[in-house]
Design a protein around this ligand. Structure first.
Ligand SMILES: [Zn+2]
Length: 292
């Protein structure tokens, strides 16, 4: 079966560098990202377009352009347009022809792109898509904790629920991958709870090894180093354990990781270095129909 992967950059954002690197000191994280005058670092929101026999699947939609101008400024969204929609049009995969959208979790910088621009009323796009979300992620989005409440969009949740096209992936047994008949046997999810409950890291089988859309489990190449976590993570130690398990598995199977928030790198392999640490190798800035 023919399957192509294409990276699709949506709207960018800027978030506080300290918050992005958790307990890592600034003297360390400024080696990986350069902060602006407000201490914010540039972050991409990169989606993955998967075209295969008879259907088109999009992994995540990024932050989009739904914010009012004041919040767009706060989160450093510099583009005036809904960039993802424009790029999907250019790629011949307009939003209204996407069959499935997989959402790792419902934080606004991963799912906000489901909505039209602020000026267009922030209405749910992707009119024929099935929206795939993990059970615990959906529960958390509807019943957030005070610590992460601001990361969710109640109006989006309502529109997803009302669409009749929301597909909830049941929580698997601990440590087991989740699957759904909607995607089939070539796809599975690594379910993680360290960043937010029920995050789905999607694994896609490719001829030369699996590709995993790691979402906020490993948002960019600096976080491949196991001890590096985000201040946004709910349980950093749990996240490190989950990340270590995934990376060990991918080293063994010659897998690759797709990064949503890394401005420079869309995909890399992962290996152990001489000291046994995980390192990102063979980085690619874009995927232009990888692994046809
Ligand atoms: Zn998140």
């Amino acid at each position: 079966m023919t399957r192509t992967l294409t990276s699709v950059l949506g709207n960018s954002q800027r978030l506080d560098g300290g918050a992005m690197f958790g307990n890592a000191p600034k003297a360390l994280w400024t080696r990986w990202a350069t902060p602006d005058s407000q201490n914010r670092i540039p972050l991409s929101c990169r989606a993955l377009l998967v075209r295969e026999a008879g259907r088109t699947v999009l992994l995540e939609t990024g932050i989009g352009n739904f914010f009012e101008p004041r919040l767009r400024e706060r989160f450093g969204v510099v583009e005036e347009q809904h960039v993802l929609l424009e790029r999907l049009d250019e790629l011949g995969a307009p939003h209204d022809q996407i069959d499935i959208v997989v959402l790792s979790h419902l934080h606004f910088d991963h799912a906000g792109g489901l909505l039209s621009s602020f000026d267009d009323g922030a209405q749910l796009l992707f009119p024929k898509a099935t929206f795939i979300v993990g059970e615990a992620a959906w529960d958390r989005a509807r019943s957030p904790h005070p610590r992460d409440r601001a990361s969710f969009l109640p109006a989006l949740n309502e529109q997803l629920a009302a669409s009749g096209r929301l597909h909830i992936v049941p929580e698997p047994a601990p440590g087991a991958p989740a699957r759904t008949e909607v995607l089939g046997d070539d796809w599975c999810f690594h379910v993680s709870h360290g960043h937010t409950p029920g995050l789905l890291a999607t694994e896609i089988a490719m001829p030369d090894g699996p590709v995993v859309f790691a979402a906020d489990l490993i948002p960019g190449t600096p976080w491949v180093h196991a001890p590096i976590t985000m201040g946004y993570d709910r349980y950093p130690e749990r996240l490190i354990d989950e990340k270590t398990a995934l990376l060990s598995d991918l080293v063994r199977r010659h897998g690759r990781i797709f990064y949503t928030h890394d401005p420079q790198t869309a995909l890399s392999s992962v290996e152990h270095d001489a000291r046994g640490r995980f390192v990102a190798t063979r980085p690619l800035a874009t995927l232009d129909e990888l692994a046809r």
